[in-house]
Design a protein around this ligand. Sequence first.
Ligand code: TXA
Ligand code: MG
Length: 317
Amino acid sequence: MTTVLSAAPQAVATAVDLLVRGQVVALPTETVYGLAADATDAEAVARIFEAKNRPSFDPLIVHVRSWEQLQGVADVTEPLVHDLADKYWPGPLTFVLPKGDSIPDLVTSGSPHVAVRMPAHPFFREVLQAFGKPLAAPSANRFGRISPTEAGHVLESLGGKIPLILDGGPCSMGIESTIVRISEGTIYVLRDGPVSREELLRFGYPVSGASDSAAPGQLASHYAPRKSLSLVNSAADIPPEWHQESGFLAFKSPGKNDFGAIEVLSPTGDIVEAAARLFGCLHRLDAAPVARLWAERVPFEGLGRAIMDRLTRASVR
Ligand code: TXA
Ligand code: MG
């Protein structure tokens, strides 16, 4: 049985009670919903892998409330990490840093590096505060599937497998955190996200997306709907005889259309709105009575790069 509770002191207390007992709890963050467990307890962390059906070669992000909570979790001597964190924490930027002793190897899949971030969502922060220990949390979906941006998405994907979902409403950003690793004065982007490469470049260091350093869990096929999805430059590229049985994910308002189902990321072409709506639109299209899906490419810059990363992986089967 999975219970869903809305934001209230009672909900936080219930979540903490479960976490103390080594259980998993789904919590909202500003990016996507996470499936959290005590990051210092290998058995609790193993329950995350089990509930998600996640392969153990895919390491987890550790979430902390404060710099004090980073003690023992990660080594943060690199000055550029402090500069970036000053600007983006709490928020959607994750650092891959040398791992501290309090984090079991299962969290990092045996890597000597750990991914950490300080989330901004007040509900998640309340739980971190009340629990008093860092929380490991991947996105709260079955492995490889569309990420959850509403409590209902979590229930659909993990209902019956986890005891509790805290419902904080829809996630404001809707796309997973940017992951960076800093090495020899270069910022390597392991996963594109809400903090864009253009923003990172303003810190005056080279920004690189070297594919050999991509995050280990970023498989070619990921974020996948159940139906096949193809990318197109515009609706005009979709054969008309397919329209009726197709679902179309448009970037901007497409005008008149005859698709079996349609979702528009942002009527005005606002890329921030588009990112926030991306996974919700994909969930709805996947549930619509159509045979296959098409998605319109978005401009490959700023947040558009993160959206294109998710769409490209969703289109690989
Ligand atoms: O916004 C987010 O980051 C969300 C919320 C819940 O915080 N979390 C999230 O977690 O997206 P997940 O597990 O779905 O994706 C984490 C990514 C994976 O691709 C994983 O391979 C990478 O982070 N990662 C984790 N630890 C790593 C490490 N030590 N080195 C390199 N990549 C790592
Ligand atoms: Mg994920």
